[in-house]
Design a protein around this ligand. Structure first.
Ligand SMILES: [Zn+2]
Length: 334
């Protein structure tokens, strides 16, 4: 039960994605959206208001952020532009950055949108309810059209694994994109959770997209001191207190691990390819997700690419290892 002095605004929404938009990600052709859509909210970490407009684009463009408040500077969603992976995924190019990109990228991946321009009027994607559900609904309203070029797929041919302390990720050959995720914390309310799913548009919309980001109450003050979670509240996060969950209800019993799957889909979307493989992750986070992608791409014979050349060339992806040295998260400059 929630404390009485905390305002609960926690609406459990039902996804209402038009049936024509639910597909299996099996399409061979690249896509974009049919019409522009706009959504407004607040950045989870910056606490700043933000408006996001997603516009149609052309084959091979990929997913590209455009900072309208910074001379329309474009920051492509690609590993070479990764700048920080502490708590959220930040992209930056030529000094212009975009924060917390993972939830909208997860929705675009799962909805099968390969090409789009994401116009933002500030440095952070709005967090909305802390999940991908509003983005999935928004993309449903935008519709989808096929483009002439073939979609790029990455098919895993042999297992690749990465271990970092007590965290691990392994990918195995499989048909379709499967994710098995487990998390473990030293907390009485969140000791261990595990979930396994094949990511399709419909499973993502109903089973993963609604899962909200989460955090421990004990960490909130420290996060805010370093410029994080300033826009965080019970409206956009599951907050775990010492002996109770502060939100009035959870959307799933294992909502937290489902959100980790959501984050993984968003981070893997940075490759601009659709995956055929089964990812098994334990205690992961943005940092190991992106380290893993670099290791996968650098492993000879581990995968084959099918369809069009990816929007970002492979040498770029592998070379990104040096460029993406993880920098500490810095709060927004005024
Ligand atoms: Zn997240």
């Amino acid at each position: 039960m929630a404390s009485s002095n905390i305002l609960i605004i926690n609406v459990v929404t039902n996804v209402n994605v038009p049936a024509r938009f639910l597909h299996t990600l099996d399409g061979m052709k690249q896509t974009t959206i049919k019409r522009s859509v706009t959504i407004r909210g607040t950045g989870l970490h910056s606490g700043q208001p933000a408006t996001l407009t997603i516009l149609p684009s052309y084959s091979g463009k990929g997913l590209v952020f455009r900072r309208m408040d910074a001379g329309r500077a474009e920051v492509p969603a690609a590993p070479r532009f990764l700048q920080s992976t502490n708590y959220a995924t930040r992209l930056a190019r030529n000094g212009v950055r975009v924060d917390t990109v993972e939830h909208v990228l997860a929705a675009l991946y799962a909805c099968g949108i390969d090409n789009a321009v994401l116009e933002l009027d500030g440095p952070e994607v709005p967090s909305l309810d802390g999940s991908s559900e509003p983005f999935v609904v928004m993309l449903g309203a935008a519709g989808r059209i096929e483009l002439p070029a073939e979609r790029t797929r990455i098919r895993i041919l042999k297992p690749v694994s990465l271990l970092e302390e007590d965290k691990s990720i392994v990918i195995y050959p499989a048909r379709g994109f499967h994710v098995t995720y487990s998390i473990e914390f030293d907390h009485p309310l969140l000791k261990f959770q595990k979930h396994s799913i094949e990511i399709t548009s419909s499973t993502f919309a109903s089973e993963i997209a609604p899962a909200r980001t989460f955090g421990f109450l004990r960490d909130v003050e420290a996060l805010r001191k370093v410029g994080l979670a300033r826009g965080g509240s019970l409206e956009n996060a599951v907050v775990i207190g010492d002996d109770q969950i502060l939100n009035s209800e959870l959307r799933f019993d294992n909502e937290c691990v489902r959100h980790k799957i959501l984050d993984l889909v968003g981070d893997f979307a940075l490759l601009g390819c659709h995956f055929d493989g089964h990812v098994v992750a334990h205690k992961g986070g943005h940092h190991i997700h992106t380290d893993f992608l670099r290791k996968l791409l650098a492993t000879r014979g581990a995968y084959e690419l099918l369809g069009s050349e990816p929007a970002v060339s492979l040498p770029d992806l592998v070379a990104s290892q040096a460029a993406a040295a993880v920098a500490p998260y810095a709060p927004a400059s005024a």
